[in-house]
Write a protein that binds this ligand. Sequence first.
Ligand SMILES: *Cc1c(COP(=O)(O)O)cnc(C)c1O
Length: 433
Amino acid sequence: MKYYSTSNNNLKVSFQEAVTKGLSPDGGLFMPQFVPKLEKTFFDNLDNYSIQEIGLEVAKLFIEDEIPTTDLKNIIDDAINFDAPLAELDNNISILELFHGPTLAFKDFGARFMARTMSYFLRNQNKDVNILVATSGDTGSAVASGFYGIDGINVYLLYPSGKVSDIQEKQLTTFDKNITALEIDGTFDDCQTLVKAAFVDDEINAKMKLSSANSINIARLIPQSFYYFNAYKQIKNKVDEIIFSIPSGNLGNITAGLFAKKMGLPISRFIGATNSNSIFTEFMKSGKYEPRPSVQTLSNAMDVGAPSNLARIQSLYNKHEFILKDIASNTHNDSETIEKIKEINKKYNYIIDPHGAVGLLALEQYVTEEKIDNYSAVVFETAHPAKFKDTVENALDITIKIPEALQKSISKEKKSIFLSSDFATFKDFLMSR
Ligand SMILES: *Cc1c(COP(=O)(O)O)cnc(C)c1O
């Protein structure tokens, strides 16, 4: 399978090159030349497959010609060493808990898989690879945790100062060894701009080998499609109307779902749920992409003003009306989010985090407007509620028990390097390493 750049369909590279480069030199994102179809026998046997077995069948079709099946199996078994259970709220709605990995957010799936495929490809290289990651909260710790202690790989995490939760900041800044946290005096979009600028800077690239690990890396997306199949397998009340509601920011998760659908999974609708950073929702309405600076919300991992993966979605569909057939999008603000957290706890005795709450709100609006009453919806719970302890505790007037993994990073001391958001400062820093 070859991978093309969304900026130039004629530029085609191997999977290895797509993974190690991250972003195409022309600024485009890498996409598989076509989305492969899974055999009917795969779907017939789906109930018997574990998430790792599903992963192998899916990943094989994308990478089999470059990573032999036995190696790929080892990568998947090692990366996805946790589960993604479905919690049923009622007859119509289930919550897909994607927070059972080491950093308690769905990004563990993509980051751990990417780290292992990257180090697989780099196993015979003698030059260090430097991974630059802009993070609005959860990406950084998942990527760092995925790469932690791997020889020959240095990771630089750029996060917006004061704009991630205290717990998220601890998770970002308490690594040592090959992980360095850079606290940027700016927004997430500033962090993303710095990373993008470094990739196209000749001097930096002449000095060091750079790679990206944001959701723009294709190796993050492939494993994110695994859990769509695994969720489908667990739905008890399978009706014709299968809806997945995805709390969205950079649109990586929803793009992975579109892959799953094209591979043959019968999903009737995706809902791209946005917070007040509603660029995608507006794009869906008007057909126009109008990025703008992000604003801070309670669901801060979705605070993205210029969603990168939109380029991939547009590349999968050649007409706006086709996107509208598969995806709906609704936006909901912080006060609605708080009300939803309260309501879900009261009604179902379930604690949902602010991101999952936005997913539930967008689903509810969709089924109300479309007057659908018999459906099977899967709402992604993208992070553990303890990661947003203050918000959830204030909403529910309870004390949340912090999982042990998280407790460990909270007790460590923060270590970060503070930098302004101008590119010259960042460049100086990188050139001095
Ligand atoms: C990253 C993240 C999102 C947004 O996912 P995208 O793939 O960027 O759309 C939603 N929720 C949480 C908790 C996240 O960490």
